[in-house]
Each structure stands twice: as structure tokens, then as C-alpha cells.
Design a protein around this ligand. Structure first.
Ligand code: NAD
Length: 505
């Protein structure tokens, strides 16, 4: 992998113009296994000159790449998807070690990204323009969907495979070139995927990688030669990126934070619903943007709380590398401290702590950033555990009397990423999907992340920008439409003479 060993410490390289280069950065950060605190490697915070070199390489490569036939671009994606399949288990091991999720969940992370690469193989039909013959006498109009130039992607720590794969495959298959800035907390599996992209035939400069934090992100958002920015991460940073890059004339899409409500009606299938809630709340230690973090029990479903607690209590907290693990560690010590602080605030603010994961003990992994499944009832909408995205294994339970009240509650929350309704009533489901102001809606589905034929979306504080990642929307995002209105003259065509009115003949 593209980490080199200097004085016994592995260092992650930058990818500039097809070469893996050692950064000259003065600032480096440890990549740490969150279950053990073992330092896996060091990642540089690239210098301005290195960011400029990556963008310049992408700019130089753009000229040739945009003219590469669509079939050639597509065949690289075909090879890339085959390579990802072949190397999925190996990359999942790296991902599990640096991120903490279980091997199976890490393979799922890669698989959901792989689906986007598979979809990129349909670029021939996805990037098709439109044509209308004879819009006026002998005049045809058609559209070209052209790439826009150098694009950049900024990704979060929680899906180091899926989210980079939401971005660069679709961007480059449309004919753009790309600069990727992976999460500085777990870039190793992302780098392994980029290596496979090069092996699949992505030419030098078409895909570049710079590492770092705020300074590198700001350098990309303000760079004169970058045309579009895709961002996935928290709402605070996403809003900053959206504003800064927008001020610098770029197209921006920002997929951001969440507080996902599962609304449970009393007619729901009890066993399936409770299983779904527990899996979606505590899987990946709650570090999914689509994790269920709020359960809204409606009417008699309030009586399901003890069963919910009993199921959550059974989950096994352990390192992602250990067989049978349900809940792995949080990404960092700081993340753990933040989650513990929010749990403390819930207790102080008067919520009932039904299940307390603060003192969880994991034999053999005493230094890991573990928090056990934590469940609060009696939660009100002014408490911090409700107003903030906790991003940990914490489920807060609210109760209401009617579906209307539940819909109003969800729509009042500042976030609108995902939500689910659990019911056996088609009429209730139809009302919910129509009235709820949330991007991804699940009906008896706890984590309704759309497959790549559709696009990921989001409402209110969860998304900025009109167009989402993958699906048809991202083809619009990564291309610009040009209309051509054309007329051809036969040698014997009649001279029209000069016409000073605004019409076509
Ligand atoms: P984050 O916002 O801290 O970091 C995201 C990226 O921004 C990283 O690459 C990071 O280096 C960079 N960054 C961090 N601070 C910055 C700053 N001050 N200025 C400029 N750039 C900065 O997010 P995270 O903790 O890595 O990821 C978790 C967050 O991502 C959660 O809020 C989660 O809901 C969200 N998320 C959203 C989606 C979605 O599709 N809506 C998907 C996954 C994760």
C-alpha cells in the first residue's frame, strides 16, 4: 500500500500526477486503531504547494481526459469494479483496523461504494443528451452534457470506502478530473481503493489525492482552477464549505449531519420493528449518518420500551476484529469524550437513563474508545441529547399520541437526512411519505439509503445544494449542459435574405 516507512513509522503518501509522493508537510497526524490505540501510520497535512501541484496535475490531465471516448472511460470503471470485488476482504481488514467497524460492516461499506462504481459503468446512457428534430424549418436542437473540469471531494471518517466511491468514480467517468481529500482519521482504506483505480487504468493526473484538515479543505474551496466541490461530513463544516466554495464561484453539494427518527405505530410488526431499531441505532456504534438516533413511540407502542431495552442489552461490545461483535469502538478518544459528555447532559437535564453504556468494559481492549448501547426515555425536544447529533451508540426515546404529532415532531427537528415509519397500514405510510420533510424515507426499513440508480438526498440542516451524490442527479452535478441549435444549407437552398426579427424560420 502507498505508505512508506521512515525511521520505523509508516507515512501515507500523496497522489500527484500519477505518482505517490512523500509530503513535505511539517504537520502530521497519527492514524490510530480505535480499539487498541495502536498507531497504524502517520498522515500528512499537505502544504499549499502540494495542493496546488495536485490541482495543476488535474488541470493538465483534463484536456486529454475530457476527449477520451466514453467507452474507454466506462471500460476503466468495469475493470475497477472487478478489482474492488477481488480485493474487498483485504481492504475491509484495513478499514476495520483504522475505523473500528466489524469486518462484515467494513465489507458492507465497500459494497455500497462498489454499487456506485457498477452504476458508473452505464455512463454511456447516463450522459446522453437530448435531441429535437425540426424545432423550426430545417433547424434541430440538441444538448451536450459536457464535463466541467477539475472537481474535488472531501470525505468524512465514518464511511472511508463508500463515500469516496460516491464521488470520484462518477466525477471522472463523466470526463472530469479529480482531487480527493479523504478523512485524516482513516485514509488508509481510501488509499487502497485509489490504488485499484490506478491499476484499472485511470491515467496520471485524472485522480489525485491530498491529505489534511481545515487548511487543505479551504485551499480546495478557494482554488481558482476547481470547478465543483462534493462534501460529506458534519453540518457545521459542510455549511462552511458550501459558503466558502460558493463565494469562490464553485458548484457545491454538501451532505451533512443528521438526527434520524424512527416513528413506530402500534400496529407495526413488533419483533421486526424492535430488531430494526436496535440494529439501526447501535450498529457501527451509531456512527452512521443514517443511524436511527431517535425512536418516536406512538400510542400503545410506548409499551414496547422494556423489550427495546432488553434487545439493546444483549448486544456484544467488542473490537471490530473479534467474531460476534455488534458494537465496535468510537473513532477517537475525543469522540468518546464528546459522547460521554452528551450522555451526562441527558442525565442532568432529566431524561431517564434506561441503559447506561458509559462504563462498558471490553476485556483485552481496555484502551479502546468503547461506549456501550445507551438508551434514554422521557426525552424532551429541548434536551441536548435530542437537539444534537450524538454520533454514538445512544438511542433517545420520545412518545406521542398520534401519527400527526409524530410527523410534526420530525419536521420541527433541524435535520432532515433519514427517517422511518414502522406500521402495517398503507394509508399511514402514504400519509407519512407525503408529509414528512426528510430526504430518505423508509417504510419498515430502518436505514433507507437509496441504491445508486436513485440519488442520495436530504432536507434542511442535512443537505446544501440542489443535486445529491450518485444516480442521475450526480451526472447533472458533474456536467454542464450546452444546447446546440443547428441548421445546414443545401447547395441549392434559397437565400433567406436579412431578417432583423427574433424568430427562427
Ligand atoms: P467532519 O465534518 O468533522 O469532517 C468531514 C471532512 O471535513 C473531513 O475530511 C475533515 O478533514 C474536514 N474538516 C474537518 N473540520 C474542518 C474545518 N473546520 N474546516 C474545513 N474542513 C474540515 O465530519 P466527520 O466527523 O468526519 O464525519 C461525521 C459527520 O459526517 C456526521 O455529522 C455525519 O452525520 C456526517 N455524514 C453525513 C453523511 C450524509 O450523506 N449526509 C454521510 C456520512 C457522514
Amino acid at each position: 500500500m502507498n505508505v512508506s516507512v521512515t525511521a520505523g513509522i509508516q507515512t501515507v503518501k500523496l497522489l500527484i500526477d500519477g505518482e505517490w509522493v512523500q509530503s513535505q508537510a511539517s504537520e502530521w497526524r497519527d492514524i490510530v486503531n480505535p480499539a487498541t490505540q495502536q498507531v497504524l501510520a502517520k498522515v500528512p497535512f499537505a502544504t499549499q504547494a502540494e495542493v496546488d501541484a495536485a490541482v495543476a496535475a488535474a488541470q493538465k490531465a483534463y484536456v486529454g481526459w475530457r476527449n477520451t471516448p466514453v467507452g474507454a472511460r466506462m471500460r476503466i470503471m468495469l475493470k475497477f469494479q472487478a478489482l474492488i470485488r477481488e480485493h474487498s476482504k483485504r481492504i475491509a481488514q484495513t478499514l476495520s483496523a483504522e475505523q473500528g467497524k466489524t469486518q462484515a460492516d467494513a465489507e458492507g461499506d465497500i459494497f455500497r461504494g462498489l454499487e456506485v462504481v457498477e452504476h458508473a459503468c452505464s455512463i454511456g446512457s447516463l450522459q446522453m443528451g437530448e435531441f429535437v428534430e425540426n424545432v423550426a424549418g430545417g433547424v434541430d436542437t440538441y444538448t451536450l452534457r459536457q464535463p466541467i473540469g477539475v472537481c474535488a471531494g472531501i470525505t468524512p471518517f465514518n464511511f472511508p470506502a463508500m463515500i469516496p466511491l460516491w464521488m470520484f468514480p462518477m466525477a471522472i467517468v463523466c470526463g472530469n478530473t479529480f482531487v480527493l481529500k479523504p478523512s485524516e482519521q482513516d485514509p488508509l482504506s481510501t488509499v487502497q481503493l485509489v490504488e485499484l483505480a490506478l491499476e484499472a487504468g485511470v491515467p496520471p493526473g485524472v485522480l489525485n489525492v491530498v491529505h489534511g484538515g481545515k487548511d487543505v479543505v479551504d485551499a480546495l474551496c478557494t482554488h481558482a482552477d476547481i470547478k465543483a466541490i462534493s462534501f460529506v461530513g458534519s453540518t457545521a463544516v459542510g455549511t462552511h464549505v458550501y459558503n466558502l466554495a460558493g463565494q469562490h464561484g464553485k458548484r457545491v453539494q454538501a451532505m451533512m449531519g443528521a438526527k434520524n427518527h424512527a416513528v413506530v405505530l402500534p400496529d407495526a410488526n413488533r419483533e421486526q420493528t424492535l430488531n430494526a431499531l436496535v440494529g439501526a441505532a447501535f450498529g457501527a456504534a451509531g456512527q452512521r449518518c443514517m443511524a436511527t438516533s431517535v425512536a418516536v413511540l406512538v400510542g400503545a407502542a410506548k409499551q414496547w420500551l422494556p423489550e427495546l431495552k432488553a434487545l439493546a442489552q444483549k448486544l456484544k461490545v467488542n473490537a471490530g476484529s473479534e467474531p460476534g461483535t455488534d458494537v465496535g469502538p468510537l473513532i477517537s478518544r475525543q469522540a468518546k469524550q464528546r459522547v460521554l459528555g452528551l450522555i451526562d447532559s441527558g442525565v442532568k437535564e432529566g431524561a431517564i437513563l434506561e441503559l447506561d453504556g458509559r462504563e462498558v468494559n471490553v476485556p483485552g481492549f481496555e484502551h479502546g474508545n468503547f461506549v456501550g448501547p445507551t438508551l434514554f426515555s422521557g426525552v424532551t425536544t429541548d434536551m441536548q441529547i435530542y437537539t444534537q447529533e450524538i454520533f454514538g451508540p445512544v438511542l433517545v426515546v420520545l412518545t406521542v399520541d398520534t401519527l400527526d404529532e409524530a410527523i410534526a415532531l420530525v419536521n420541527r427537528n433541524p435535520f432532515g437526512n433519514g427517517t422511518g415509519l414502522f406500521t402495517q397500514s398503507g394509508a399511514a405510510a402514504r400519509k407519512f411519505q407525503s408529509e414528512i420533510d426528510v430526504g430518505q424515507v423508509g417504510i419498515n426499513i430502518p436505514i433507507p439509503v437509496p441504491v445508486p440508480f436513485f440519488s442520495f438526498t436530504g432536507s434542511r440542516g442535512s443537505k446544501l445544494g440542489d443535486l445529491g451524490p450518485y444516480g442521475k442527479q450526480v451526472v447533472q452535478f458533474y456536467t454542464q449542459t450546452k444546447t446546440v441549435t443547428a441548421r445546414w444549407f443545401d447547395d441549392d437552398s434559397v437565400n433567406d435574405g436579412v431578417n432583423t426579427t427574433i424568430n427562427l424560420r
